[in-house]
Design a binder for this molecule. Sequence first.
Ligand code: HEC
Ligand code: HEC
Length: 129
Amino acid sequence: MGMKAGGRGTARARALALAALLALLALLGACGSQATGQPLSAIHANADSWSADAVADADCLGCHNGAALTRATQGYDGADDVNVHEPPATGHSPTACASCHRVEAAPVLACNQGGCHAYTLPEGWSAQG
Ligand code: HEC
Ligand code: HEC
């Protein structure tokens, strides 16, 4: 009896481990899905509630961690002091998320607009928008 229960427990543990592994693989697949170059609406089920390109940064930062974003793009394009998520205060008007990440269109590297900078564009991004 004790052995049988143990056997069931082991099978259950194996099933759980398998489910966890599959969930992890699904997660890795989602992250590695190369979302780069996609409009936000293609990667966000909740994008229906966002009007064209007038989304508030606070909406984005409710899910995305601002400090983590800053860390992710520090040293952008191989330049130590460049960070698309933390432009220097001088000469840069507040840069809304949607000035680069567009809801319905491919993302635009706003830094390059008007010929101000010439940073390398991530795949699928455009320089003007
Ligand atoms: C309801 C939560 C939620 C909101 C609100 C949200 N996002 Fe996301 N976003 C996610 C999730 C989940 C993913 C997919 C997982 C990931 O890559 O972080 C994602 C992915 C992304 C990606 C692709 C990331 C990559 O790995 O290439 C970008 C860019 C992005 N979001 C920008 C935004 C911007 C800009 C806003 C505001 C308009 C926003 N998000 C609002 C949850 C959200
Ligand atoms: C000046 C342009 C610009 C602005 C403004 C901007 N981003 Fe980004 N963002 C980028 C670039 C460039 C990348 C890197 C994309 C790549 O390499 O595919 C990026 C990457 C991301 C990613 C993926 C990060 C990762 O871990 O790989 C998310 C999520 C994101 N941005 C959300 C936001 C949110 C939220 C805001 C507003 C608070 C914002 N961005 C403002 C240009 C910008």
